[in-house]
Design a binder for this molecule. Structure first.
Ligand SMILES: [Zn+2]
Length: 389
């Protein structure tokens, strides 16, 4: 009798949590990882996937995507499974007033594992309501996070156009009251400088769209600004949140050259970032590969680092016993043009190739299989009586 329901053989396994990077086989038992070992015999798998020449990674975790709250959001399955993502974090689409509907209509219906950051605005991310300081209640936001800690992992602050600190300070307060973290998307203003913003954040808090032009990390001298370096030393996290307006190679390239990589790689996925800037997870990862980041780091920042940030370290790893969330990625070796986004004008970086997702497994179930690696050949179709009346 085979020991494993699914056996993925011959791939290069990258599991940062366990310091694994090498040729290994992965056995899946039911909904869990059974084993990660060199050379598990084929006879041990009820179904065998040949992953020769491919990367086998924990299911990707997209810590910044949108599946509720505004017109561009997408249902989790369509923006996650095709690109190797098994866990996503909705980034502030819902506030404490709208969370329950979101939970009923999206989270519970989705086969993707969905966590969420709760918007500091009670009404969530729905246009003008984000400007309503009256609806930024730290205590009610924190209470909802504590009540629904199965889904809610932190606080989101974004898009407040006012001059002051209302959204940021209340977001920080809600994070402290709920023992979670805040992720901030607020552009720099003369009355609300980025230097001061970063000083207000604590260890584990983060800034998203970190290579966007609205939060210039690089100064006119081409150097990473001192307050970014100081914030990172204090444990503040920097998230990509690529999106359709928030990722520029002209910011990211010098940052990486000066050893200022992102902590987490994420998409800010919604309809326009998918289509205009090709911000799907594998493509955003490809952009970091093209800038010279080693594949092991690219994968770690798309799996284990986000798992730690959302305090779900049972995910983002292939540790035996962990949920069997697995992605099989392939480097498609043909010239690629990889697009950035936003005010720098949607320019491309030419690259040797790009990562594509071949196989997405969530809780042991194959959810996406690009080339049918887990499927039988059509010639094995069983005969059946086709002479129907
Ligand atoms: Zn976003």
């Amino acid at each position: 009798m085979p020991s494993y329901d699914l056996l993925i053989k011959g791939g290069r396994v990258i599991d940062a949590a366990n310091g694994v990077d090498g040729l290994m086989d992965v056995g899946v038992s039911g909904r869990s990882i059974g084993a990660v070992e060199p050379d598990i015999p084929e006879s041990q798998g009820r179904r065998v996937v040949d992953a020769t020449g491919m990367y086998v990674t924990p299911g990707l975790i997209d810590i910044h995507a949108h599946c509720t709250g505004w017109a561009g959001s997408m249902f989790p399955e369509e923006m996650c499974f095709p690109y190797g993502v098994t866990t996503m974090v909705d980034c502030g689409g819902a506030g404490w007033r709208t969370f329950d509907d979101f939970n009923t209509n999206v989270v519970r219906k989705s086969a993707v594992r969905v966590f969420a950051l709760l918007n500091i605005v009670g009404q969530g991310m729905e246009g003008d309501v984000e400007q309503n300081t009256e609806d930024m209640d730290a205590e009610l936001t924190a209470a909802k996070i504590r009540q629904r800690s199965d889904v809610l992992v932190g606080v989101k602050v974004a898009h407040y156009q006012g001059r002051g600190w209302e959204s940021i300070d209340r977001g920080i307060e809600a994070a402290r009251l709920s023992n979670s973290f805040v992720l901030v998307d607020q552009n720099s203003k003369p009355t609300r400088t980025f230097d001061e913003l970063l000083k207000r954040l604590g260890p584990g808090d983060g800034v998203t769209h970190c290579y966007g032009y609205g939060k210039p990390m690089i100064g006119n001298d081409g150097k990473v600004k001192r307050h970014y370096i100081d914030a990172r030393k204090r444990g503040v996290k920097f998230d990509v949140g690529h999106g359709n307006n928030s990722f520029s190679f002209s910011m990211a390239v010098p940052a990486l050259e000066q050893n200022f990589p992102p902590d987490t790689i994420s998409t800010d996925m919604h309809r326009s970032s998918l289509h205009t800037s090709r911000a799907q997870m594998t493509e955003v990862m490809s952009k970091f590969l093209a800038m010279g980041m080693p594949i092991g780091e690219v994968v770690a920042r798309s799996t284990w680092e986000p798992a730690k940030m959302i305090n779900h370290t049972e995910l983002g790893t292939l540790t035996p016993g962990a949920p069997a969330d697995i992605s099989v990625l392939e480097f498609q070796d043909r010239p690629a043009g990889l697009s950035d986004s936003g005010p720098t004008g949607y320019r491309i970086m030419k690259a040797q190739g790009r990562l594509i997702n071949q196989l997405t497994i969530k809780d042991g179930t194959v959810r996406f299989d690009y080339d049918g690696l887990s499927k039988d050949d059509w010639s094995d179709t069983p005969t059946t009586d086709l002479d129907l009346p």
